[in-house]
Write a protein that binds this ligand. Sequence first.
Ligand code: CA
Length: 225
Amino acid sequence: MKKKSPFKIIVAITLVIVALVVVLVVLVNQNNSESLGREFDEAPSTEGQPILGDPDAPVTVVEFGDFKCPGCKTWGDRYLPQLMKDYIDDGKVKFAFVNVLFHGEESRLASLAAETVQEQSPEAYWDFHQALFDAQPAGNHEGAWVTMDKLEEIANGINAIDTEAFMEAIENNALMDELVIDSDLVSKFEIESTPTIMINNVMIEGDDTFDYDVIKQAIDEALGE
Ligand code: CA
């Protein structure tokens, strides 16, 4: 009987171990992407977007949202204060909002108004953002409520906004370029529903956006904690 070379046996054992490790790594990575979300090569650019928190925070959370979307109102009411308390106030996370125009003309008008406030009086942006969501009716979501009169009323309620300049800019579509920038991001990141949340380059979508544990886990992972 021919004796097998010990060298060949060692090579064979090594190959088996390497193959097992490769299989394990693949399995672990699959599990990670399953529990958190779709991974992109990069995070959405927040250049020119309204930012809540420290602009130099290590982790960026971007909401792709629509002022006409009831889920976005709920998400903002429920989770934004929680994110403030857990991460934004500490300078660990900055939060940005990108407009999604999935509800037609009213989405466009509301977004244009928000972009106008961001351009003319950025310090008032988040107050306006909240006031706009607050104005969303609790029932009859499809009913029209984003009107020039409503926008004027909201602007009048916020001191830092020069209502006349604000209304003029909306009438002239002065900030349409900003809506194009946002729509390009919506296309680039293949947004299909609102709200969609991105934590750096990881996308949380669908029911997961309403699971704070998933959001928290994705942020903690991005923070390396
Ligand atoms: Ca924008």
